[in-house]
Ligand binder design. Sequence first.
Ligand code: C5P
Length: 401
Amino acid sequence: MDKLFNRKKIILVIGGGISAYKSLDLIRLLKKQGCQIKVILTESGKKFVTPLSVASLCQNKVYENIFDSTREAEMDHISLSRWCDIILFAPATANSISKLASGRADDLASTVILASNKQVILAPAMNVRMWIHKSTQNNFNKLLDYGYVFVGPTTGEMACGEYGEGKMSSPEEIYEFIKNYFLNRDIVKDKNLKALVTAGPTKEYIDPVRFITNNSSGKQGYEIANSLAKSGIETTLISGPSKLKKPQNVNFIKVETAKQMYMETKKALPVDIAICAAAVTDFKPEKYEIYKIKKNDLNINFKRNPDILEFLSKNNSQRPKLVVGFAAETNNILKFAKEKKIKKHCDWIIVNDVSNPEIGFDSEYNAVTIIDDKNIEKISKNSKTNIANKIVRKIVNNFIQ
Ligand code: C5P
């Protein structure tokens, strides 16, 4: 019996696919390691495996119906979604993936998932054409955006005789994936990691009505803070002016100027991880005029703002173990980014090409390249949420190795 699995509670949703029989093996594997399993069998799932075989394997009642008159008082959809550590949907069909992506709740499985605050893991299984269809891929991306994670599908010969991507991962692969998930989550929790993220623009006042700023939305930094917090890392988000909602479970500090951001950063130390995603205004007026400047009196001198990234990287007494900077470049992207990494002494630079109007500053999308001491890793155009999840996965891996 694996200690990691001992007493972990899993809801397994079995959907209607030929690979449903593999989920019976998965139940066996997980039970052997000491997991408690409750199974929800969808209407079409019942066509492939019987409630009786599932119930005898998991040694628990099988849940089938959202409107079960004998159990109405127990509110199954809420109590089930609160009971478990994770929800695993295997096999997840094209139809169930579409249903989850649109937020429908018309059976017990979709209602439990919509009502859940736990990690949802999906193991898709379908014909290759169904999997690569644009609508399934859109639904897949939407679910990634919602924070769901996928194991598989894999490539191979399908039950229908065709060949391609769409096969459900094997019970062993799914088992290993879940094991990794628990391992990462528990290790991260044990390490008590702390992170600090700067995000958004800063605003430098010239006089009571005028200021300089930029059009950074803050979205990428907010998503990174959100994803760090979801991974169990204690996260402080120091944000310049932004219209975005504060992410959940994050220590949120709102500032206006670069100087305030710098002071709050200093106060947040020590941390293990610092991500400087803010578009800090490089200059500020040398002197703030307390009265509105007259039109003809325009004579402003500027001075540099403190460089927060450089301060964190060069801070010998309280340097975070990992300092990550961002670079927005329009040309010679890799060359300039590498130079910035050296100049600022940070560990990673994440660079985005802001000459592409479809990504970057005020967009929902981004495409980045992560440069560390050894590797250059490209993440192609994706929602800022997915980019954040990928960056955070790399950060977590860096700490658990
Ligand atoms: O020098 P440049 O502004 O291009 O560097 C960008 C990186 O430096 C970003 O990570 C940004 O958050 C950080 N930065 C900072 N403080 C400044 C200027 C930039 O932390 N004053």
